[in-house]
Structure formats: C-alpha cells, structure tokens
Ligand binder design. Structure first.
Ligand code: HPA
Length: 270
C-alpha cells in the first residue's frame, strides 16, 4: 500500500500537481461544485496509476486540480463506494494519496437520508460526528506506522474550528444550515422503515453510504476534516415513502449552489 501510494503521488506530481491547500471529495449530485474551480488539470480516474479501475462502468470520475477562492484545491468528482464492490482499501486509497501530495485539510460532501424530525428535504447539514456501521474498517489488519498509529484518536473527527467557521459563513449569507451526526451503512439499498428507526434510535441525524471510511483514513494520517451532507430524503416515522436515486440526485443538485457558495467562501477565508 505504501509503495502504491508513493507511486501514485509521484505520477500526479509529474503531471503538475503541487501541494494543494485542500482536498475535496464531492458526493452524489454535488459534482458540479467543480464548476467553481479554475481548472489547471483534470484527470479521469482511469488514467491515474493505481487508482481502482472499474471493469463494469467505463467512467467512475475525475480528479481535478485547480484554484478555488484563491487556494489550491484537489477535488475528486465522484468517489469509490463500498457498495460498488471496491474493498475498503480501494475506497480510501485516494485519501492516502491526497495526504502525501501535501493535503492537510479534507472537505467531504455527500447526500443522505434524514431521520431528525426537525430536518427537511433539501437541508444542508454540517457533519459534527459520525457512527461507523459499515461492515468493514479501513484500518483493520496490520498497521503501517508510516501512515499513522495503530489506535487512532477520534475525539474530534470533524474539526470544531472548521464547523464554527462554516456556521459563521452560513449566518453571514443568511443560509440555514443544520448540524448533526452521520451514520454510514453499506447500502446499496435505501433503508427500510425499521432501519431508519434504528438510525434515529442510535443517535444519528442522517444516514448515508459513504464518507466515514474516508474520514477514518484521513484521521489515521492526522488530517483535519470537514463534512457537509445534503438531506435528500426523509426516513423514519411519518416518512414511509419511496426513495429513488434520481430523486436523491435531483435534490442534491438543487442544494448544490448553496453548498458551493459555502465551500468556496470557507476555502477562501479559513
Ligand atoms: N439512505 C442512505 N443513503 C442515502 C439516502 C438514504 O435515505 N439518501 C441519500 N443517500
């Protein structure tokens, strides 16, 4: 793993990627956030050495290097989901690469189903914490000390300072944001009514199928993380309705402008 990460880092550096100020992972329906980036370099994942290669779908996403709010950013348009069949090391590989390109600050975004009754479809939620209910853990197995310690401190998975800054920006712009706990399940099924109830009962505010493995690996390597989730549907009591991927994408796309504005100003000012 170490050698592969270094090989990919060297490859990306040879393409002209220098130390980015921020790494950004763009989730479902939020890909067009990259329209705000002045692009220096765009690389389809298929062209990146050691990046997981999909044999099923030809096009899994692209890595974008450029400028946003006066800072250098490296953005992943599209991520590798566990439910697609990637193993948990493949899912988190790009985060390891980001770290050794010099990224210390990681911004992650996703779409999720809300279970907090105070939430509404289309809400933007700042992730304050997470619960890992994925069936695998990216740090399971022998620990390579060069990446980080065996037992990783997780007392502040999402930076409180970054959360405070984002709240301030939202307030300034008169944008209402929610805050809450994200719970990760593997998917790809959306939750049953009973599962949404479970998500709520264990103390989470929303549920999704990503992000947690990436943040765990980022924390392993001492990175600072910020996460934002778009509530694309509501589950649980009083919300027993059908959910579709198309709906999720549509709601996320609608919230995209708001998220883009917040993230841009955040990167500019933080
Ligand atoms: N559940 C899981 N993942 C999701 C959901 C959901 O309701 N909405 C968007 N991603």
């Amino acid at each position: 793993m170490w050698d592969k990460v270094q090989e990919t880092v060297a490859f990306l550096q040879s393409k002209g990627i220098t130390k980015p100020d921020y790494g950004i992972i763009l989730g479902t329906g939020l890909g067009s956030l990259v329209d705000n980036i002045t692009v220096d370099l765009k690389l389809p994942y298929e062209e990146i050495v050691n990046f997981p290669v999909s044999t099923v779908e030809g096009h899994s996403g692209e890595l974008i290097f450029g400028e946003l709010g006066g800072k250098k950013v490296l953005a992943m348009k599209g991520r590798f989901h566990y439910y697609e069949g990637w193993d948990i090391q493949q899912v988190t590989f790009p985060v390891r690469v980001m770290k050794y390109l010099g990224v210390d600050n990681l911004i992650v975004s996703n779409a999720s189903g809300g279970v907090n009754p105070l939430f509404k479809v289309g809400d933007v939620m700042i992730i304050t914490d997470h619960i890992n209910f994925m069936p695998d853990h990216p740090l399971r197995g022998q620990n390579d000390k060069r990446f980080g310690p065996r037992f990783v401190d997780m007392h502040e998975p999402y930076s409180m300072k970054m959360i405070a800054k984002m709240e301030e920006i939202a307030k300034q712009n008169n944008i209402k944001v929610q805050k809450g706990i994200y719970l990760a399940l593997q998917g790809p099924t959306f939750e049953t009514p009973a599962e949404y109830m479970m998500v709520k009962a264990v103390g989470a505010d929303c549920v999704g199928m990503s992000t947690v493995p990436e943040v765990i690996v980022a924390k392993h390597m001492g990175m600072t993380c910020f996460g934002v989730s778009v509530i694309t549907d509501m589950g649980g009591e009083g919300h027993v309705v059908a959910v579709s991927h198309e709906e999720v994408q549509e709601v996320a796309r609608k919230a995209e402008k708001v998220v883009a504005k917040l993230v841009k100003q955040f990167v500019e000012e933080y």
